[in-house]
Write a protein that binds this ligand. Structure first.
Ligand code: DLL
Length: 434
């Protein structure tokens, strides 16, 4: 098992961690009230003052914030410090409306790197590792975030960014990459390209670790990646508003540790806003405890997950979130039934004849919603016999129906038909919105 980056913090007794969180919650509440007209106004509307926050359970008295607040206060209306204290911006494009701008002080960048240093150490990385960063560099937080985190632990960074996949694979071989950080969908594409180049990731490279996130992916996809390449694939989570990629699973692969000295997490019922008890799926809400250019109070991220603060085998006391089911607003409602793209993925990836890439196309059949799942068949599963393909199609439809409780059309397509992504994959095409 790997060691710790900061054993004192990572294994802090829960009582001490809670008392640190309480102190930090009180000070950040006072800080935003004193520094940000946005929060002062919000607190006034909610009838709450910083002095009302005396213990952790008072968190629920504070008002929520969300992406819409960032958009309405574009570009920097939610900042708590003047520009001359901000050393960097990141901007997230978003699909609708204004982008969101996040600012960082020098200390904010430092705590971001510290989060990742702990996380990368927890998956066994350190000095001597070569970390190939295949997330986008630039306005997106993935590239620079991992870059700083990997440098902090003394690893060697290979900042390939996104694209030029053949070159990435050559460099992976030539420079002895041991860990790759990119979206899981991009890594699946890399495996394909490597095969075409006659390179076996398992036998012809030193790769042993994957740091995959920035988009939903399933346990079954992890299994496929690990079986195909022999690496250990870990889930990494974060959002630009919270800084960027921040936290990973530890080697137990059973939930992502969210650093409690930096963040306070809750889950709520997305409809009522009520706090949920642990173990129930709800919307993740985060309060940043140690971020100063743009602190966030009870920020509704929109991702659905389950909290788990049971002690972890790894010895870390910080709470975990279980694999993200998806964003509440990514949930498809098909003829009244809720469907998450990640559920579809879990079903498909269990069927060996089905390839790694798929798309969900939603439209209308008269007045009714209709969902078709476009599925690539693997080279091996591809048959000249119509009968074989028909029975595969039936099998996929049956498995989908048994899990989703809804009949979905299935379209089988040849390997390589579905567009490959280098960043976040677009799995859903919802023609109802057009
Ligand atoms: O995707 C930051 C990041 C970069 C995370 C690299 C991990 C690795 P945004 O572009 O703001 O930031 O998108 C954040 O992506 O709210 C989730 O919906 C989704 N997401 C991120 N990581 C995961 C994950 C970056 N591990 C949004 N599983 C989040 C599922 C994820 N969804």
């Amino acid at each position: 098992m790997s060691g710790y980056w900061d054993p004192h913090i990572e294994r802090m007794p829960l009582e001490d961690l809670h008392s640190l969180q309480e102190d930090r919650l009180k000070s950040i509440t006072r800080y935003v009230y004193d520094h940000s007209s946005f929060y002062r106004q919000r607190f006034k509307e909610a009838g709450v003052e910083p002095d009302d926050i005396k213990q952790l359970s008072d968190l629920a008295k504070l008002p929520f914030t969300g992406k819409v607040d960032l958009r309405n206060n574009y570009p920097t209306g939610m900042f708590s410090l003047p520009m001359n204290r901000v050393v960097r911006y990141h901007v997230s494009s978003g699909t609708t409306g204004k982008p969101t701008v996040v600012g960082y002080t020098k200390d904010d960048i430092d705590s971001w790197s510290e989060s990742l240093a702990r996380a990368l150490t927890s998956i066994g990385l350190g000095r001597g590792d070569v970390v190939q960063v295949g997330y986008g560099y630039g306005l997106f937080t993935g590239g620079l975030g991992l870059h700083y985190g990997a440098e902090r632990i003394g690893a060697t960074v290979l900042p390939t960014g996104v694209g030029s996949t053949e070159r990435q694979i050559e460099l992976m071989q030539d420079l002895g990459t041991t860990a790759i950080a990119c979206t899981p969908s991009y890594f699946l594409h890399m495996i394909e390209v490597a095969e075409k180049m006659g390179v076996s990731i398992r036998n012809d490279t030193k790769l042993n670790t994957g740091i995959f996130g920035a988009e939903p992916w399933s346990h079954e996809t992890r299994k496929r990646i690990e079986d195909a390449t022999g690496i250990n694939a870990y889930d990494i989570y974060g959002t630009s508003e919270l800084s960027g990629p921040l936290c990973t699973e530890c080697q137990q692969k059973n939930g992502i540790h969210i650093w409690g000295d930096f963040f306070l997490i809750e889950t709520i019922d997305p409809k009522t806003g009520e706090q949920l008890e642990e173990g129930k799926t709800g919307e993740l809400v985060v309060t940043t405890l140690h971020k100063f250019a743009m602190p966030l109070i009870r920020y509704r991220i929109g991702d659905l997950t389950i909290l788990n603060s049971e002690p972890c085998e790894c010895g870390r006391t910080h709470p975990r979130i279980m694999r993200i089911l998806g964003r509440a607003d990514d949930m498809l409602i098909i003829r009244g039934i809720n469907v998450f793209p990640s559920q579809v993925e879990s079903v498909l990836m269990k069927i060996p004849e089905v390839g790694d890439h798929y798309q969900i196309v939603v439209g209308r059949d008269g007045p009714l919603d209709a969902m078709t799942v476009r599925v690539e068949v693997t080279e091996k599963g591809f048959s000249d016999k119509i009968g074989d393909l028909m029975s595969l199609k039936k099998k996929v439809a049956k498995e989908l129906k048994s899990v989703l409780n809804i009949a979905a059309g299935v379209e089988l397509v040849e390997p390589g038909t579905i567009p490959r992504s280098m960043g976040k994959a677009q799995r859903v095409i919802d023609n109802r919105k057009v």
